[in-house]
Design a binder for this molecule. Structure first.
Ligand code: ZN
Length: 297
C-alpha cells in the first residue's frame, strides 16, 4: 500500500509498505504563517529523505528529521554540505548530481535527474497572467536583479521579508534535482520547483507526477514566455502522467504573503482541462492521506 500526505510547500511524506520516505522536510513555519498541523518533532519515523534543492522552504528542518529518525538524506552536494555544517554525520548523507540510481528497498528504486529552479530573478505575476521577456540574461544580470530586490527588502519590516532575507544562500539552490520513484504499484515523479530540462522531462513516463506550481517557470534555463498555468500544462505535456498532484501553491509565510492558494489552483486546473482533459489534477489538503497510484492500473 502506497500513500502520500502533503505537509505543505513541496514537502510530502511518502509511505511505501513499511518504508517512510520524506520528499523535502520544510514544515516548521514561523509564527504568524498559516500552519500545516505538523512539525518536524512529530516525524518519528523516516527511512530516507529526498531533497529537491537547498532553499529554506525545502531543506529547512532536514537536520532535525535526520537526527530524530536516523534517515538517510539524498540530495545535492550543496544540501549535503549544509547538513554537514549542522553536524549530520557524513555516512547519513548521499550526495548526488542527477544521473544516479539509488535502491531504497528490494522493490523500490529511485532515479535522480538534474533539474532547473523557477526563475527567481524574473517577473512573476498571477498564475494565469502572461509574463514575457527577461531572456538571455547572464548570471551577473540575474544576480544584480536579486541584489536590488534584496536592498529594497532591507527597508521592509514585514515578517515575510525578514524570513526570506535572513536565510543565507551564497550558493543559491545548490542545483535542483528531480526524482522518479519506481514502486511495485507504479512510478511516482516528484519535483519541488517550477523548472525543467525539456530533454530530460520528455523521456520520463511516470504514472503520477507531484509538481510544484510557483513563480516564473524555467524552461532549459530561460523564463517561460507565458503563464505559470501554461508552464504546468507544458510539464504535463512532456511527462504524460495520468494524475498530477499540485504543490508549492500554498501560503507559507506570515502575512502579508504574496501567495494565495486558490489563485494558483483554479487557473492551473482550467489550463490542464483545456490542454490535457484526460489528466486528473489533485489538490490535497494538508495531512490528508492519499493513494497516489490508486485506480491507475
Ligand atoms: Zn527554491
Amino acid at each position: 500500500m502506497i500513500s502520500i500526505e502533503w505537509l505543505g510547500v513541496a514537502t510530502f511524506r511518502l509511505t511505501i509498505g513499511d518504508m517512510v520516505v520524506l520528499l523535502d522536510t520544510y514544515m516548521d513555519r514561523e509564527p504568524g504563517a498559516p500552519q500545516t498541523g505538523i512539525s518536524t518533532s512529530d516525524i518519528d519515523r523516516a527511512d530516507f529523505i529526498l531533497v529537491g534543492h537547498s532553499h529554506f522552504d525545502h531543506l529547512g528542518g532536514c537536520d532535525r528529521v535526520a537526527r530524530n529518525t536516523g534517515a538517510t538524506i539524498i540530495g545535492s552536494h550543496e544540501t549535503v554540505r549544509l547538513m554537514r555544517d549542522l553536524e549530520i554525520p557524513e555516512e547519513q548523507c548521499v550526495a548526488v548530481a542527477g544521473g544516479e540510481r539509488y535502491r531504497l528497498s528490494e522493490d523500490v528504486l529511485v532515479t535522480i535527474f538534474p533539474s532547473q529552479h523557477s526563475c527567481i530573478w524574473a517577473t512573476t505575476k498571477g498564475a494565469d497572467e502572461i509574463c514575457l521577456g527577461e531572456q538571455g540574461m547572464t548570471l551577473q544580470d540575474r544576480n544584480a536583479v536579486l541584489q536590488r530586490r534584496f536592498a529594497r527588502r532591507q527597508g521592509d519590516q514585514s515578517d515575510a521579508a525578514r524570513i526570506i532575507s535572513a536565510y543565507p544562500r551564497p550558493r543559491g539552490e545548490g542545483g535542483p534535482l528531480a526524482y522518479l520513484i519506481d514502486t511495485p504499484e507504479g512510478r511516482i515523479f516528484w519535483k519541488d520547483t517550477s523548472g525543467h530540462w525539456t530533454g530530460i522531462l520528455r523521456d520520463i513516463r511516470p504514472d503520477v507526477a507531484l509538481l510544484a506550481a510557483a513563480g516564473r517557470g524555467n524552461i532549459d534555463g530561460e523564463p517561460i514566455q507565458g503563464s505559470l498555468s501554461q508552464f504546468m500544462a507544458r510539464e504535463v505535456d512532456l511527462l504524460r502522467p495520468r494524475r498530477v498532484v499540485l504543490s508549492h501553491h500554498d501560503d507559507y509565510l506570515p502575512t502579508p504573503s504574496p501567495r494565495k492558494h486558490a489563485d494558483t489552483v483554479d487557473p492551473v486546473r482550467a489550463e490542464l482541462a483545456r490542454q490535457h482533459p484526460g489528466v486528473e489534477l489533485v489538490d490535497l489538503a494538508y495531512l490528508e492521506p492519499f493513494a497516489p497510484l490508486g485506480g491507475l492500473r
